[in-house]
Design a protein around this ligand. Structure first.
Ligand code: MN
Length: 389
């Protein structure tokens, strides 16, 4: 059964095969979720899962945060995963030294470029901070390491200034240039504009996009950036992260799989990884969360269930197994007779009369209208009840 079907309008828009890679930042930005701290053991388990999925880069942490953090990053480096390990560094030599000591593959050096950050965070001028950042970049490159140069709060920085600092960073040897939408104010249209403009300027460095979800557009902006030519896409599992979080790994991977035919990532571990991150971070996954939410493959409405029993493609964009999930039918106010009949047959009940079936539907609707909990597992009890009458 050909289940995966891209949007039918896809053929009418201009598109090229995407050249992308994922840098998952769950262990760094994700850990900056208010109230969240991962243990070393938890970070190891998450790194192993991310590697199993096939993300190209794992941002493991920020070494200067604590000694324990530094040791944890070293441990992750020692796992010798397929994914490259990256860590964060302010524009300070001591941060670069700490990163080098961890033995990571990539250092991500950042500097805020917006006037508001320069004034209230650095209390310094743009020229001065730019110089500091470029010197730090030069220092890191002198150790032969791959460097990502990130403009923090890039989306409140003029395009002219961004182009200038990115061009200079490139001339200092930056391998990756990163646009950070630090406070999450991009939209797909402004993302497309910004990425297109920056791509016109930089010559050989790869462009990265780092989106936050303050307006609920992090995934949309990330995919738009990829379509406009950004190579490295930053994600976190379940979209956790500062405030409203980052672009979610599972949403980005599914969009890449379905709309862009990128099938090299292993998606079945996603559900399990999501549950691990939920437990370790303490951030509950919303029931209606895309891909990994409890309701992602749950169906209640009679019309939907009846159609799904005939062919699941009627009301599902992709099969639950693709992401390690299971389809379930919920009994409730919207349960229909035909759907219930299908569910019953599925469970081996073939002998209910029309009257018994009608009664069962009434009981179910009435239970749920009283908000009484009712799952498909209650079916056996209910069938017994109507048969006794
Ligand atoms: Mn961030």
């Amino acid at each position: 059964m050909n289940y995966i079907s891209k949007n039918i309008y896809y053929d009418f828009i201009e598109h090229k095969p995407l050249d992308i890679e994922i840098c998952d930042v769950t262990l760094r930005d994700g850990e900056q979720t208010p109230g969240t701290a991962f243990t070393t053991d938890e970070k190891i388990k998450l790194a192993l899962k991310l590697d199993e999925i096939g993300v190209e880069t794992i941002e493991a942490g920020f070494p200067v945060v604590s000694n324990n953090e530094k040791e944890t990053i070293k441990t992750i480096v020692d796992l010798d995963l397929n994914a490259r390990i990256c860590c964060l560094s302010r524009s300070k030599k001591e941060d670069v030294d700490a990163a080098l000591e961890c033995g990571v593959d990539i250092i991500s050096i950042f500097i805020a470029t917006s006037d508001i950050h320069l004034k209230y965070k650095y209390h310094s001028s743009y020229e001065e901070m730019k110089q500091t950042a470029l010197e730090t970049l030069e220092y890191a490159k002198s150790h032969g390491i791959i460097v990502r140069f990130a403009a923090e709060d890039a989306t409140r920085t003029s395009v002219t200034r961004l182009k200038e600092i990115f061009l200079e960073a490139e001339s200092y040897g930056a391998d990756y240039i990163s646009i950070a939408d630090t406070i999450g104010i991009l939209t797909p249209a402004t993302t497309k504009y910004l990425v297109t403009e920056i791509k016109k300027t930089i010559k050989k460095s790869h462009l990265c996009i780092h989106c936050h979800d303050d307006l609920g557009m992090a995934t949309a902006n990330t995919i738009t950036a990829a379509e406009a030519g950004a190579k490295q896409l930053h994600t976190t599992v379940n979209g956790i992260g500062e405030r409203c979080g980052n672009a979610s790994l599972e949403e980005v991977l599914l969009a890449l799989r379905i709309e862009h035919n990128i099938d090299r990532y292993r998606l079945p571990p996603l559900r399990n990884l999501s549950r691990l991150v939920e437990a370790y971070s303490g951030v509950k996954v919303a029931k209606n969360k895309s891909v990994v939410g409890e309701n992602a493959f749950a169906h209640e409405s009679g019309i939907h269930v009846a159609a799904i029993l005939e062919d699941p493609r009627t009301y599902e964009a992709y099969p639950p197994e693709l992401v390690g999930a299971k389809r379930c039918f919920i009994l409730g106010k919207h349960t229909g007779r035909k759907a219930l009949l299908g569910i019953l047959r599925h469970r081996g009940y073939h002998d209910l009369t029309h009257e018994q079936l009608c009664e069962l539907v009434d009981i179910i609707k009435e239970c749920r209208e009283r908000k009484q909990e009712l799952t498909v597992n209650h079916v056996d009890e209910l069938v017994k009840k109507v048969k006794e009458v």
